[in-house]
Ligand binder design. Structure first.
Ligand SMILES: [Zn+2]
Length: 319
């Protein structure tokens, strides 16, 4: 079975693995990124660890099809590097793609991590074989990726489908991207917590406060706990959250006409209490002909999504 080497770069951890063409992770590991020390050290460290993994698996570079790299964006895919990523200061202009390619003598391809996750869910996960698929992740931020007619939509410079920055309200709160009222300013885990803290700061009483201890400690998890106890503020916050998600997903449905939207990220641990209202609202607000063919499902790859997504990029590049 064909195999690839996959790297999943993050601000704190640099994970890697050998992945077979059925999506099985044959071996994996991780090193510290130590991002502040610059890219050269980190890439050398991860390459050494990956060479050791190949030895352990009794594989040579020549047994592999290529290298896939999932990286935080934004990217400059022409140069194979990150381009102003806030978690990787000083990495702009360094060709991660070129250096890893050289280290193993294999072709390499870099994609942003949510685009890689979209490809992973398409090749191996919850949307396997569904040629028009959108992936979104709802965690500290909201990210996305789109498969259009069976190909990953990379865009002009590799940054397509920044779905977290769809504008929901032109008068909304300022977003670090420079815009206002972006989707992720309302519906990410960070935003859910911020909206809850704002309500509590205005004096609303709620069991969320006793669960969290103090206002500054409030997270989405506390909102969900209070929701299970029928707390009125938690219910209000959650209804608003699924409303924002429904509005955002409806835009996504109208743009991409997907047959499936795969939703991952920490907030999806909420399960049905999230998916049921989010799905119902998204399909209600989207253009009916497009809503009629779209299903909205939880992601399938779980914690492997980083490495498996990166591997999916290598498999796609080899097609
Ligand atoms: Zn934004």
């Amino acid at each position: 079975m064909r195999k690839v080497l996959a790297f999943d770069l993050g601000g704190t951890k640099f994970a890697f693995g050998v992945v077979a063409e059925d999506g099985t992770v044959l071996g994996s590991g991780r090193v510290e990124t130590l991002a502040q020390n610059g890219p050269d050290q980190a890439v050398k460290r991860v390459a050494t660890a990956a060479h050791e993994l190949l030895l352990k698996l009794n594989l040579k570079s020549s047994d592999l099809l290529g290298i896939g790299i999932a990286s935080p964006g934004p990217l400059d895919i022409a140069r194979g590097c990150v381009d102003g990523s806030p978690n990787l200061p000083g990495w702009t202009g360094y060709s991660i793609e070129g250096e890893l390619s050289k280290a193993f003598g294999l072709p390499a391809r870099i994609d942003n991590d949510t685009n890689a996750a979209a490809l992973g869910e398409y090749l191996f996960g919850a949307g396997k074989g569904r040629k028009n698929l959108v992936y979104i992740t709802i965690s500290t931020g909201i990210g996305g990726g789109a498969i259009v007619d069976g190909r990953l939509m990379r865009g002009a410079n590799g940054n397509a489908a920044e779905l977290g920055h769809i504008t929901l309200d032109i008068k909304g709160p300022a977003c670090p991207c420079g815009g206002n009222g972006c989707f992720e300013m309302y519906a990410s885990g960070t935003a859910i917590a911020r909206r809850t803290r704002e309500a509590l700061a205005h004096g609303t009483t709620s069991s969320i406060l006793s669960l969290a201890g103090k206002v500054e400690n409030v997270t989405t998890h506390h909102v969900l706990q209070a929701l299970a106890q029928n707390d009125p503020l938690a219910k209000k916050i959650w209804d608003e959250t699924t409303e924002y998600l429904g509005r955002g997903l409806a835009v996504i449905i109208d743009v991409f006409n997907p047959e499936i939207i795969v939703v991952g990220g920490g907030v999806t641990a909420a399960g049905d209490v999230l998916f049921k209202p989010m799905r119902e609202k998204a399909l209600r607000y989207a253009f009916p002909r497009l809503a009629a063919v779209c299903s909205i499902v939880p992601a399938g790859l779980g914690g492997d999504v980083g490495v498996v997504g990166a591997a999916a990029c290598a498999f796609e590049a080899s097609r």
